[in-house]
Write a protein that binds this ligand. Structure first.
Ligand code: C2E
Ligand code: MG
Ligand code: MG
Length: 493
């Protein structure tokens, strides 16, 4: 006080101004926060939503707006009294907060209703993922008034720009979705648009079905034959198939990315590897001159610590020789790895396993890097094969394929062309010096019993023709040309 008295008039004025500014800031903070939970209130939420919409329009991303309302909260208040109810509300706020990421906003509208803002969303589907996590936060009971209490919530979701362009429309739409969730019994999430509901439902359903697929025996391995240029059968690529009793055949391009997202690819990939190794070991007995089995490996399997041990287990269990197994990794996957990460590849190569780069030409491989990898094979992506001698021949594809084959041979690698559909493509690939062919022209992926019949009929045909003794490398009847006088690198072990 004495200090103030010592100040001159101008000094006192400055001090008073500073105090007023401080009080104003406190007041404004107080008017932007919910008194009970300390969360932002509707006012601050709307401000942040405005900002997020401006930012999203600049960056072209989506924004999620959710309204969450606790189910039958009146009963909680009746049971525990208002202070008990308040205690539960604060606990709910903390649980929801810990589910969200930094940069998201959780606000309380007062009462038992919460608002959630997700700026910079990738797509609508990610919104439903966050929604699921929010509902999961209610799984375990809350503790209040000395007792455990199960509380649930109804959640309404909408996403800018699909479901609205401005703050008030988005919030109104999220609210109407929340009421629909209540109508349907609560403890659930609803999306504003029916299409989004359908999409998320389909994905959620598909995810659940995929979880059951392995246990229900709905997954099956198919085998697509691969041939040397002179017509000998080189081996087969194992390709997974999913036959769902109601959905029918679900193509791998649809379920493999889903399986990668939820890590189901780990058990599925391991099953595919073990199953196809067992199958190929059996076929080796039919054809004493070994065939090669190519198996696709996903990025997640590769990143999983004990991946090489898993491959070794499949080999030991099946009795398949390491030289008879070729692991296919995509170019982009291999290019993303550091020196340490590719150690499992080196270890597998050391025991004789072959390593192929799948879909080669679609990533941007540095040639120097390629040389340091322990690989044995390049698989030219089918888009290049398709462009060879297409209706409008693509000269640059021909150049690329020629260069890839030369590069591979210089590095002592074998070249497999995928997606060979026409005789013209086959002839061109032969001219360009390709080693092995795979595609619908030569054979579609087949279930194990059909592949086995093919194997037997080809062996028998070769025997009748007196070409080779039964059980030698099997020869393709047509349309692979035979007796071509060119050096073909042997692909079988
Ligand atoms: P990919 O490894 O590049 O396999 C080749 C794909 O091309 C297969 O599709 C095959 O059926 C198809 N194909 C073969 N010849 C021709 C042809 O002449 N023309 C055309 N248009 N297509 C041809 P599919 O079986 O649908 O598999 C798609 C992708 O799914 C595979 O591409 C692979 O990346 C992945 N995949 C399949 N099975 C597995 C698996 O067991 N594990 C993992 N991680 N991925 C798998
Ligand atoms: Mg492949
Ligand atoms: Mg491929």
């Amino acid at each position: 006080m004495r200090e103030i008295q010592r100040l001159d008039m101008a000094g006192r004025l400055r001090l008073a101004e500073a105090r007023v500014a401080e009080l104003e800031a406190k007041l404004s903070e107080a008017t932007q926060l919910d008194g009970l939970t300390g969360l932002p209130n509707q006012h601050r939420f709307t401000d942040r939503l405005h900002q997020a919409l401006i930012q999203a329009q600049r960056q072209g991303c989506a924004v999620g707006v959710f309204v969450l309302d606790l189910d039958r909260f009146k009963r909680v208040n009746e049971l525990l009294g208002h202070s008990g109810g308040d205690d539960v509300l604060c606990q709910v706020a903390r649980r929801l907060e810990s589910t969200l990421r930094q940069g998201d906003t959780l606000a309380c509208m007062g009462g038992d209703r919460f608002l959630i803002l997700l700026p910079e969303l990738k797509d609508s589907y990610s919104a439903t993922k966050v929604g699921q996590k929010l509902l999961e936060a209610f799984r375990s009971p809350f503790r209040a008034g000395g007792r455990g209490l199960q509380v649930s919530a109804s959640l309404g979701i909408c996403v800018h720009p699909d479901d609205g362009m401005d703050a008030s429309t988005l919030q109104a739409h999220a609210e109407s979705a929340m009421y629909r969730a209540k109508e349907r019994g609560g403890n659930r999430m609803e999306c504003f648009t029916s299409t989004l509901n359908a999409v998320s439902l389909e994905r959620q359903e598909l995810e659940q079905c995929l979880r059951d697929a392995l246990a229900n025996g709905e997954l099956q391995m198919y085998y697509q034959p691969q041939f040397h240029m002179d017509g000998r059968l080189a081996g087969a690529e194992a390709l997974i198939r999913w036959n769902h009793p109601l959905l029918g055949a679900v193509p791998p391009v649809k379920f493999i990315p889903l399986a990668e997202e939820n890590r189901l690819i780990l058990p599925i990939g391991e099953w595919a590897l073990r199953e196809s190794c067992k199958q190929m070991a059996k076929w080796q007995a039919l054809a004493p001159s070994p065939l090669l089995l190519a198996v696709n490996v996903s990025a997640l399997q590769f990143a999983n610590g004990d991946w090489d041990a898993c491959v070794v287990r499949a080999l030991v269990e099946s009795g398949l020789k390491p030289e008879s197994l070729e692991l296919e990794l995509t170019e982009s996957l291999v290019m993303r790895q550091g020196r340490e990460d590719i150690l499992p590849l080196h270890r597998l190569r050391e025991i004789g396993t072959r390593i192929a780069i799948d879909d080669f030409g679609t990533g941007y491989s540095s040639l120097g890097y390629l040389q340091r990898l322990p690989i044995t094979t390049l698989k030219i992506d089918q888009s290049f094969t398709a462009a060879l001698l297409a209706e409008k021949p693509d000269i640059s594809s021909e150049h690329i394929v020629r260069a890839v084959i030369q590069l591979a041979h210089n590095l002592n690698l074998q070249v497999v062309a995928e997606g060979v559909e026409t005789e013209g493509q086959r002839d061109m690939l032969e001219l360009l010096g390709c080693d092995v062919l795979q595609g619908f022209l030569l054979g579609r992926p087949l279930p194990a019993d059909a592949f086995e019949s093919l194997l037997e009929s080809m062996a028998a045909k070769a025997f009748l023709e007196g070409d080779r003794p039964l059980g030698d490398e099997v020869t393709a009847p047509l349309p692979v040309r035979r007796g071509v006088d060119r050096k073909s690198k042997t692909r079988t072990a």
